[in-house]
Design a protein around this ligand. Structure first.
Ligand SMILES: [Zn+2]
Length: 379
């Protein structure tokens, strides 16, 4: 395929008018294929990569259902997300094993026309009860390296991320052990935590390199207690997730976070739950009841319970808050891909990578979604 006249995104040079080529499902230097795609008046950006969402379209990743995974992957690609790394909740080890097995089986099936499953994000169970947010307290456990190994085995190597509260007993040893083992490629993310600055710095020193939804479910960044947020700022190798749904974080804090962390370290996430794409009403998340009203999803006590937004909406919202489009695109594509080590194949429009791309009009409305060089959705 030859993609002409579009404003094409590259991390190093932003948007430039250039011709892209795909051959056999990958970006290439030229193409023997006849198809020409005229992207006049469109932005051409990489397919989005959502590394932290729980559900959408009526399904939850924690249901461990192949049909649910199929429906979520279909919904996500219709919204411009070509690669997904869904997140489990804090649940019993047997339930997590079921989720991992189901996902591993699913990943071996044909994924034509739906988002590509690139990993599993274990959001817990090794978290702090005091900062559990919408996680079920019954299943919170101390850091357990053997359990991580079992889950990775069930997942056939798909686990890419695990959230950990570094101040909990055994957490720092867990990180050290993981980083010296054959599980070293799993990114360890600090989150759902009461950690202070020093403990978080120790965790980053041991090899943690990610932060689960920065600002949410952790102590605030204050002038004498910088906490995880200050430690993340002082640890240049770590990525920080941000839920940019207009609810979880104030726009002023979004702008401050981009000023602090720059556009190479922020990973936009949706953190979406099963009601995403559906109407208001009562739903569940990790076995807890959630009420959805407009863009607000809350537990019965008012605690925020994930979002009902898509990653593309988060990207657009960042732009509406004053973040440059180039930065927002980078934080929804190559940064998440890099943070889970899949960037050699996905996350940008470079020659050799999978030809996953999205066309947006000048108002950032979705025009088309392409995966492996093939049209999936045309709006
Ligand atoms: Zn989450």
């Amino acid at each position: 395929m030859k993609i002409i006249n579009g404003l094409v995104f590259h991390e190093d040079k932003g948007f430039t008018r250039e011709t892209l080529y795909t051959e056999g499902g990958r970006f290439s230097l030229s193409s023997s294929e006849d198809t020409i795609l005229d992207a006049e008046n469109c932005y051409v950006i990489p397919g989005l990569v959502d590394i932290h969402f729980h559900g959408c379209a009526g399904h939850d990743f924690s249901d461990a259902s192949p049909d649910g995974l199929d429906a979520m992957a279909a919904y996500q690609i219709s919204q411009g997300v070509t690669s997904i790394c869904p997140a489990s909740m804090t649940l019993a080890p047997e339930t997590l094993q079921d989720i991992c097995r189901c996902t591993s089986d699913f990943s071996r099936k044909d994924n034509i026309g739906i988002s590509r499953l690139v990993g599993i994000n274990l959001e817990g169970p090794f978290i702090s009860n005091a900062k559990r947010g919408a996680q079920n307290p019954d299943y919170i456990r101390q850091a357990d390296f053997a359990l991580l190994g079992q889950l990775q085995e069930c997942a056939g190597g798909l686990v890419k991320l695990v959230t950990l509260a570094p101040e909990t007993p055994g957490a720092l040893d867990f990180i050290r052990q993981a980083k010296q083992s054959d599980l070293r490629d799993i990114s360890i993310s600090i989150g759902h935590t009461q950690s202070d600055y020093d403990t978080a710095m120790e965790a980053f020193g041991c090899g943690a390199d990610h932060v689960t939804h920065l600002f949410n479910a952790m102590p605030a960044f204050t002038h004498r207690a910088p906490g995880v947020i200050g430690a993340a700022f002082d640890s240049p190798g770590c990525f920080v997730e941000i839920i940019c749904d207009g609810i979880h974080i104030d726009p002023s804090v979004i702008r401050a976070a981009f000023a602090m962390f720059g556009n190479k370290r922020i990973v936009l996430i949706s953190d979406s739950m099963r009601a995403t794409g559906l109407s208001d009403g009562s739903y569940t998340l990790g076995g807890l009841n959630v009420q959805v009203n407009g863009s607000l999803a809350t537990l019965e006590d008012g605690t925020l319970a994930g979002s009902v937004t898509t990653l593309l909406d988060c990207m657009r919202r960042a732009v509406s808050m004053g973040i440059p489009l180039e930065s927002a695109v980078q934080c929804a594509t190559i940064n998440p891909a890099r943070s889970i080590h899949i960037d050699s194949n996905y996350g940008s429009l470079e020659v050799g990578k999978a030809a996953d791309f999205v066309l947006l009009d000048k108002d950032l409305r979705l025009i088309g979604v392409y995966k492996d060089g093939k049209l999936v959705t045309r709006h």
